[in-house]
Design a protein around this ligand. Sequence first.
Ligand SMILES: [Zn+2]
Length: 157
Amino acid sequence: MSEEQRFWSHVRKSTNPDECWEWQGTLRNGYGEFKRHIYAHRYSYQLANGPIPNGMMIDHICFNRRCVNPQHLRLATNSQNMEHLQGAFKNNKSCGIRGVTWAKHANMWKVQVCHNYHRYRGGYFHNLAEAEQAAITLRNKVMQFNDLDRTPISNNN
Ligand SMILES: [Zn+2]
């Protein structure tokens, strides 16, 4: 068996590309571990896309750490992006950020704000941090009473 075959023997694949392919082998910090010190999702990303550039992270778009579906993985450019995803993971499995949802068909984050039975579209974004900012900007534009966005929230309180 080749190394690649051995890798996929640990994965429960789905015929539906939207579904997560969960790692069935060893876990480390909730992530699949293929070989010592090699995360399964990073290995899967490299199989599909080639080497990961130095210092880059691999993000789970689906927030499922065990998932190795290459379509649910993407390069994360900075630590801020990771912080947003971790925050989103804590709040809500689908996204965690108000006004931002994952648009499967577009493979991007969709910004949409509902107010007074009207739906305002904010466009599509590859970057979750940009989508969040767009949602806040859009809310500020369409709503009068959105104090939550305008008031800085301190972590110390
Ligand atoms: Zn997934």
